[in-house]
Ligand binder design. Structure first.
Ligand SMILES: [Zn+2]
Length: 236
């Protein structure tokens, strides 16, 4: 503990004054005083820094506790954050231009990036999760390997997309998508447009590999949404 922090500022200046008065009062006192003031300012900003780290970085164990069957909770995008990309498919406004450009550049190489799904409301996710569960006669735990429970899907944010190869529709939502030119192109170039694969093989969240599912991390707002997921990847 720095003892200086316990002495009020005015008192400190007074004691310096009495010390320097005997030798060379004036500039000397000014410099010492200035030095202490700077130390104070430095200490203060250090404290602010420590505090902000505490505020934003919750321990990994907490994030783990918040997850449900390997999936993390995500808020639903508001209507005014969304934009219609293609018939029936809404995405977050912030990813619109990036995906369009990526699609355009890929098309110049003969690669067809098809947007299969974007934003999903929590209600729709609920239907998908429970419907598929009963159709496939799976338990919630089994189902959670391939689909997020309602309230726990990256799609709710509007920042997650499912991509298919327009020239190979049979591979949509299938592991075989990995073999298509669209996936190969994405793997090589998507990060230029700030899209990352959410569930790579053997991901730390324990979700089944989904080569078609990408999320956008190109804005502060987007990055914040996936902070917890990235922490699991980096620190677990
Ligand atoms: Zn998806």
């Amino acid at each position: 503990m720095n003892y200086q922090d316990d002495i009020p500022l005015a008192k400190r200046f007074r004691s310096i004054k009495t010390l320097t008065i005997k030798s060379s009062f004036g500039l000397g006192a000014l410099f010492v005083g200035l030095g202490i003031s700077l130390t104070l300012i430095a200490n203060k900003s250090f404290l602010v820094k420590v505090k902000s780290i505490d505020d934003s970085n919750t321990p990994t164990s907490e994030n783990k506790n918040k997850s449900l069957l390997g999936h993390l909770p995500y808020p639903e995008a508001s209507k005014d954050e969304l934009i219609l990309f293609s018939p029936g498919i809404y995405v977050h406004k912030e990813i619109y231009e990036n995906f369009k450009e990526m699609q355009f550049i890929a098309a110049q190489r003969g690669v067809s990036l098809q947007l299969l799904s974007g934003y999903r409301s929590i209600d729709l996710q609920r239907d998908i999760f429970y419907e598929n569960k009963s159709i496939r006669n799976q338990t919630a735990v089994e189902r959670s390997n391939v689909s997020a429970p309602p309230g726990y899907s990256e799609h709710s944010t509007g920042y997650a997309i499912d991509v298919g190869d327009g020239n190979y529709p049979d591979t949509h939502f299938e592991a075989e998508f990995e073999q298509t030119p669209a996936f190969k192109w994405m793997k090589r170039f998507a990060n230029k447009y700030h899209f990352v694969l959410s569930f790579p093989p053997n991901n730390k969240q324990g979700v089944t590999y989904e080569p078609w599912h990408w999320r956008f991390e190109g804005t502060v707002n987007a990055l914040r949404k996936f902070e917890a997921a990235n922490k699991i990847t980096k620190f677990k």
